[in-house]
Design a binder for this molecule. Structure first.
Ligand SMILES: [Zn+2]
Length: 387
């Protein structure tokens, strides 16, 4: 009898272990990164021909967080290398997400819970990552290096302007190589130690998001409780990251933190993924007046593809938000900020991104406007800012 009970327990344990290893991570991602059912997006010959000449670039996506081989085509999520190639994407900022509050929302979050710990365990990440945001960032940076090592030249980490120039040259000869820029979504990834910036720098860190959904040691989140600006540690991080020619990302920062960054930082920043309150009055978005201030200091704004940023997240809705941004702050400051694989619902994935070129053509955008928003602005920005 005892033997039998032991056998049943053993079978249950093995089933649980296999479930955790093979089924659970995919199930979680499937629930969080959905492509909603949609008609097949028709791309005209004219739009396809124009799109094919644009090195598309996007300021924010989170596939590093999820347990699947990004080099292989997947039925899950919004991005993988084959879909990036299909979409004509030349450059993608790929960020490490390192801590998220339970009950995450746009209005108000405390900082005392940590759902990424469970995700790290469920995905069988190294044990050091279960308690340390820094270790989670390091692990995701190592995953990025692993993708590059196994991609046979089809995926390259971009650390310098020379890397980016080489990528553009390779693409101009027809190579479908995709460049990735490593970032962190929230500098709680430093575990409060400025020295950890150096370790992430060796993994190629070039985009430093200051906060995510909760207030951290750098200051207030747009979705936190304090609303405060940069703390002394926050100022130290901004100063040191800028000295290293990293780009500061103010997505998810409180309005006061955005103003503080603009005051102390003389390098232009990005707001990698978000939107304009004037066209989409969401707690996820910033007031138009602050967006104008950002643009006056040379910032690039990535317009998001999901409901919290665009409200209407159809291609027509996203393009409406892009048009609104161009009219408000000028075409030179508008970029793409998909938030692909960032626990978002979208209506077109990376392979279908040409629908934006099509929709902009339909809406009477000039070819120059389309080129700039779809990629040229982003590429020019990093060519100017990278070391
Ligand atoms: Zn985000």
């Amino acid at each position: 009898m005892l033997k039998k009970i032991f056998l049943v327990e053993a079978i249950v344990l093995i089933a649980l272990a296999l479930g955790v290893k093979y089924w659970l991570p995919g199930f979680v991602e499937e629930q969080l990164n959905t492509v909603e059912p949609h008609p097949s997006w028709e791309i005209s010959e004219e739009a396809a021909a124009l799109h094919a000449t644009i090195p598309v670039a996007d300021l924010h996506a989170d596939p590093l967080l999820w347990k699947r081989d990004w080099l292989e085509r997947s039925e899950r999520g919004h991005t993988d290398l084959p879909r990036m190639q299909e979409g004509g994407i030349a450059l993608q900022v790929l960020t490490a997400v390192t801590k998220s509050p339970s009950g995450q929302n746009y209005e108000s979050n405390e900082s005392d819970s940590d759902t990424i710990a469970y995700l790290a365990m469920a995905q069988l990440w190294p044990m050091a990552t279960w308690s340390s945001p820094f270790e989670r960032a390091r692990y995701q940076g190592q995953r990025l290096a692993d993708w590059e090592a196994r991609a046979g030249g089809a995926f390259q980490i971009i650390r310098t302007r020379q890397d980016l120039q080489a990528l553009l040259e390779a693409r101009s000869t027809g190579a479908r190589v995709v460049g990735g820029i490593f970032g962190v979504e929230g500098a709680h990834a430093l575990d409060g130690e400025l020295a950890n910036l150096d370790l992430l720098d060796t993994l190629g860190l070039r985009v430093v998001g200051l906060t995510h959904f909760f207030d951290n040691r750098l200051g207030g989140s747009l979705h936190g409780v304090s609303g405060e600006g940069l703390t002394p540690f926050g100022r130290a991080v901004v100063t040191e990251a800028s000295r290293r020619k990293m780009v500061i990302d103010v997505a998810h920062a409180s309005p006061q933190m955005v103003r503080d960054v603009l005051e102390i930082n003389d390098r232009p920043v990005i707001l990698s993924h978000g939107g304009f309150k004037g066209v989409c009055d969401s707690a996820r978005n910033l007031d138009d007046s602050l967006m104008v201030e950002l643009a006056q200091k040379g910032a690039l704004i990535g317009v998001g593809f999901w409901d919290g940023a665009a409200c209407d997240y159809t291609p027509a809705g996203v393009v409406k938000a892009i048009r609104y941004g161009i009219d408000l702050i000028g075409v030179d400051h508008i970029a793409l900020g998909s938030d692909y694989d960032g626990a978002t619902r979208v209506l077109f994935d990376a392979g279908e991104i040409a629908i934006l070129t099509q929709t902009m053509l339909d809406e009477g955008f000039s070819e120059e406007e389309i080129r700039k928003v779809m990629g040229q602005n982003q590429i020019d920005f990093f060519l100017a800012q990278l070391p």
